[in-house]
Structure formats: structure tokens, C-alpha cells
Design a protein around this ligand. Sequence first.
Ligand SMILES: Cc1ncc(COP(=O)(O)O)c(C=O)c1O
Length: 373
Amino acid sequence: MKLSPDIATLVPYKPGKPIAETKREYGVQHVIKLASNENPLGTSAKVKEALIKAVGQQHRYPDPAFFELVELASKKWKLSRSQVSVGNGSNEVIDILIRVYCEPGEAILTTDKAFLSYALCAQAARVTRVFSPLAPGYKTDLQAMAKILKTDPRAEKIKLVFIPNPNNPTGTHISDAEVCQFLEQFGNDPNRLIIFDEAYTEYVRTRDYRSALAYMEKYSSVVVIRTLSKAYGLAGFRVGLLFAQPEVIDYYNRVRNPFNVNDLAQVAAVAALQDDEFIARSVENNSRGLDYFYEELKKMQVPFVESQANFVMFDTLRDVSKVNEALLRRGVILRPILNYGFKTELRMSVGLPEENKAAILALKEVFTEIKPI
Ligand SMILES: Cc1ncc(COP(=O)(O)O)c(C=O)c1O
């Protein structure tokens, strides 16, 4: 059967290698996975308690309107209920927004080193991908994006602009001043949405960052996506949040599957959003882990990019496939990012202190075994 070229050439998202697969393939007993930016503290005790109580109600369909979750999220982030919805992970939110707002042949704009899902979901919907280059220091360059929106012949077709802040896999952020300047120009465009993907916002340490939630009232085109997969420790449950104007939420809700977020996931999310102490501990562990990584990477004379997220990208200066293979043999799963065009770099998530230590030790061994190119 003849397929659309977009579908025929689609290369699926390559997630971090699963632990069980690594054990099977490499015959290792103990595996450390620092490849998917998950929360190394696990899932909070309060979430587990709530889940046990909810196990008996699973013969019922979940609440299609996520009443409790929307109520809680709207209060927490000082929005109205009509400005909040939920997805099966933020990945689904991205996918649905593209289907709602872009016809085949229309376009999204993002950077050529942004989280890959924007481009993949667009391709699956036969939507054109326009990419802007990064600025030096692997930074998302809003001026380059603005230039495309003003001068590129495809600009009129661009309906959605995806801005991950902080970005994955680089870990870099965009300052509040840069965001302000961009929104002054494009924040109230009736024909385009500016989508800030804030998957790592809880981890940000720099003082010049501000969530785009602060701009939702002033600028009608601003949309914010959050996830509960990272600091909230619910990656397996698949919960993403969408914050936008009521009209956007309305269309999103029309298109999504009515039961897109299962009951246990909703229960887990409600408990997680109330457990501030767990978030504080997660952020603290992350901050210490990042500092440890920086210190060790410096000692190893390995260039790295300072991160505002829960991972760090560094340059192995070596053939990354060989480095990765040698790490896997030692039971350490990090993340090659070749599919982003990074040929010698790796991305390493922050784990527990002992996991971080073991990963650094393995890297040191591998670096003596494999010579720089
Ligand atoms: C920037 C960014 N956005 C969104 C996601 C998707 O998260 P999820 O679908 O688990 O909510 C990720 C996951 O790694 C990410 O890095």
C-alpha cells in the first residue's frame, strides 16, 4: 500500500534503553539507568498510599473531566478551571495540539536541537517542520525564531511555535528578558500559539528564569505544558498538564480521547501535586547531583553544558557508540543523542548519589579504554 512520504520516512522516538533489556543483552546483574530523566527518588510515599486506596475502584471508567486534578492544578497555579486540561503524558498534549491546530501542509516552528517529539508528532500529522538554529552555548535562540516568523516564506503557515524551557537534551534555559522580548512581538497573534514546554521547570536554579505561566494573562497566544514524569516521579503513569486560554482547552478536550488519563494516574497525580516536601527533596538531590557531575567532568577535562534540568549533556570527545557500548557492558545506561545530531555527546540524568558515583567511575574507566578522536 502506498503511504504518505511523511509516514514512510518516520523514524520513531528512541527512548532510553530499558533496564531489563540491558540485563538480558549484557548479562549484567546490577544496572544503573541514568538515561530518561526520571526521578531517582522513585514515587512519593503519599502517592503510593493513595494508589492502594484506589485499587478497588478500577472496574469503573476514569473521570473524563479529571475533576479533582483540574481543581487542584488550577488552584496551585492560580488559573481558572477552564484554563487547564490533562494528557497521557505531555507527549500526548503535544500530539493533540498539533492535530487541533495544524492542517497537513501547515507548519510548526521549533529549534533543530529541541525535544524531538514536536517534530515527530508534526511529521506523523503531515505537518511541516521549520527549525531555527541554536545560539552559541547550545542556547535556544528566540531572536532566530523571531527572524523566521518575520521573514521566512513559510512563516504564514507556522501555526505553533514549540519552545522547551529548559530544553532537552541541552539543559539550557531562556532568560525571562528574552521571553518578554519575544512575547512583545508574538504574544497576542490571533493566528499562532506560542507553546512553552516546561517539563523541567521545578529544577531550574538560575535567577533569570521565569515560567511563562506569568504571561498567560497578558498574552493570549501563550500556552504552557508541564509534566508529572520528572520532579513528580510519575513517568510510568503518564500525566501531562496543559495550561492555556479556555478556547484552546475547549478544542483540546474535543479532540482528545475521553478516557485518555486512566484512574490510577489521576489518583497518583492528585496526591503528587500535594506533596511539596517530595518535590523539595527531589530538587535538592538534583542540585547536589549536578554539582557533583560538574566537579567530576571538570576533573576529567570533559566539556559539558551547564544545565537547568535534571541531566547534563557532555562531550565524550570520543566515538559515542563505542563509549555507550562500553558503559552498557558495565551495566550503566546513559543516553546517546545521535538522533539530535550530537555525534560525540552523551546525556546523563542525575541519579541517587551512589548511582552518580558509579556512573562517573564507569565513565573514567571507559575514557581510559577508548581514546579521544
Ligand atoms: C522537554 C520535554 N517535554 C516533554 C517530555 C515528555 O514527557 P512526558 O510525555 O513523560 O510527560 C519530555 C520527556 O523527556 C521532555 O524532555
